[in-house]
Design a protein around this ligand. Structure first.
Ligand code: ADP
Ligand code: MG
Length: 267
């Protein structure tokens, strides 16, 4: 196992009215590690992401980055400290080029805020950041679309753009919410290599993903949620062999013979 955890979550709890969306959740994440969060639709995966990046205020619990509390901080401050997320759905800014969309992530590092940032940099910084945005676009395989209008990108390209934008913020912790959903097989292969490389560069990756074939060789560890509670944690092989996990989640996926349908059914 890798060194002391970069991110620690302790007793994290979120209630929406009477509903316990996340219930006393504990997990650790180290630099360079890929941790997958799986579980049925409504298990609390996206809420957990919202809590970690400050978009959702917790009901109870602690989120600690390198010994400092993150919980209670506003999202722009959490981002400034190096925790970035992508969303389950594409968040491209229409009418802007691909490179400008990637640059938004860099602005978040400086300013924290997502909106009203385009006037932000001095000329030298702007040049350096633009160059970096171009490199990141190439890194995710979008080098041929640098000046393209976002509207012309495929769905899968939009997913890869989301990752490039998050990387422009120079994350210490990167949260990817179903990054593989809707990708073509070749985009999926690309995504796999991208995530491996991001982790190899020392970023801690937290990943929501349903496709076990994708996860098995990618994740160092898996946390399984069901009704907001952690029901299992272990290596992908341990998780696949866990009777409670099979009962709560994987059994349903296995019954659906097509991988794509399974991902869909799981939400
Ligand atoms: P997952 O991502 O695992 O599918 P979510 O975290 O989106 O699950 O949702 C967990 C539970 O919390 C679900 O029952 C969902 O309906 C509920 N929930 C999520 N967001 C809200 C909200 N803003 N208000 C009320 N209930 C919510
Ligand atoms: Mg979700």
């Amino acid at each position: 196992m890798i060194a002391a955890p970069l991110l620690s979550v302790r007793g994290l709890t979120k209630r929406f009215g009477g509903l316990l969306a996340v219930d006393e959740l504990d997990f650790d994440l180290s630099a360079g590690e890929v941790l997958a969060v799986i579980g049925p639709n409504g298990a609390g995966k996206s809420t957990t992401f919202g809590l970690v990046c400050g978009a959702i205020q917790r009901s109870a619990g602690e989120i600690i980055l390198k010994g400092a509390r993150l919980d209670g901080l506003p999202p722009h401050e959490v981002a400034r400290r190096g925790v970035f997320r992508t969303f389950q759905h594409n968040m491209a800014f229409k009418g802007m080029s691909l490179v400008d969309n990637v640059l938004i992530g860099a602005h978040r590092r400086f300013k924290g805020s997502l909106f009203g940032v385009v006037a932000g940099f001095g000329a030298d910084t702007e040049r350096a950041e633009r160059q970096r945005a171009i490199e990141l676009a190439r890194f995710v395989g979008l080098g041929d679309w640098l000046d393209a209008d976002i509207a012309t990108l495929s769905f899968g390209q939009g997913r890869l753009l989301e990752i490039a934008r998050a990387l422009a913020g120079e994350p210490k912790v990167l949260l990817l919410d179903e990054p593989g959903a809707g990708l073509t097989p070749s985009e999926s292969v690309r995504l796999f290599a991208i995530i491996k490389e991001i982790a190899a560069r020392g970023v801690a990756v937290l990943l929501i993903e349903h496709d076990m074939h994708f996860l098995m060789p990618l994740a160092d560890r898996v946390v399984v949620l069901n009704f907001g509670r952690k029901i299992a944690e272990g290596t992908p092989a341990e998780i696949r062999a866990d009777p409670e996990v099979v009962e709560a989640y994987l059994g349903n996926i296995a019954k659906d013979s097509t991988g794509a349908g399974a991902a869909h059914a799981a939400g």
